[in-house]
Design a protein around this ligand. Structure first.
Ligand code: ADP
Ligand code: MG
Length: 206
């Protein structure tokens, strides 16, 4: 993935989030405060506005810029978490003008570790990690088996979608949904769904 492709990926993520804004808001209405779609769409709109300023930067700096725009514009719990995700992803790609499969995996893993640390959460708590962690495992397995970046990310997107579906069966123990206890059962976690949409947009662009 060269920088041009990276910019296409970021634009595709922004488009997917904007297109699914209402779904994310509806999901958050069921177990949270109904702002996840609005928050994410606002954040990625700010990302799009910032992209021209990042045109000359390396892949690491571009993703860092994305993360900083998200931190300042998304708000809620997910703002600092997605901000950390993209900033950590960028840290792992410092100075790179291209991203190969191994770079992508290292960057993704570091991003997921950043979210875990920042949110003091782990898989199985009905959060975005229930999409991100299975995606990380699926991509690792695919890349270790010699699959291409495109194939690996497709496998990751698939795992993220299944992971986001599985959050229906989890009682939330982190974030706003945890106030509901057992009443959070039967609903998908909005952050897991947004993470799954992000992976889908990356896979479709590659
Ligand atoms: P808020 O809950 O402040 O309204 P959002 O609605 O934008 O923020 O985001 C909610 C999403 O954030 C949840 O669906 C969940 O996936 C994610 N989330 C909340 N707390 C955590 C955490 N500690 N670790 C990981 N993800 C979290
Ligand atoms: Mg919310």
């Amino acid at each position: 993935m060269d920088r041009e492709k990276l910019f296409d990926v970021i634009k595709a993520i922004a488009k997917e989030i904007e297109a699914e804004k209402e779904l994310l808001t509806d999901l958050d209405n069921a177990i949270g405060d109904g702002d996840h779609g609005i928050n994410m769409a606002r954040g990625f709109k700010a990302v799009l506005e910032k992209l021209p300023n990042l045109a000359e930067k390396d892949c690491g700096a571009v993703l860092k810029g994305v993360g900083m725009a998200l931190v300042s514009n998304v708000g809620g719990a997910s703002g600092p978490l997605y901000g950390t995700f993209f900033m950590k992803a960028g840290d792992a790609l410092k100075g790179k003008m291209e991203i190969n499969a191994a770079d992508f995996l290292a960057s993704f893993s570091s991003a997921v570790a950043g979210v875990k640390m920042r949110g003091k959460a782990t898989e199985g708590e009905k959060t975005m990690l229930d999409a991100l962690c299975p995606a990380e495992r699926a991509m690792k397995e695919a890349i270790e088996a010699g699959k291409s970046l495109k194939e690996a990310v497709s496998a990751g997107a698939d795992a993220a979608r299944k992971g986001s579906e599985s959050t229906k069966d989890i009682i939330a123990t982190k974030g706003r949904a945890s106030y509901l206890g057992e009443r959070s059962l039967g609903h998908r976690d909005p952050g897991a769904v947004s993470s799954s949409l992000i992976l889908l947009a990356i896979a479709n662009t590659l």
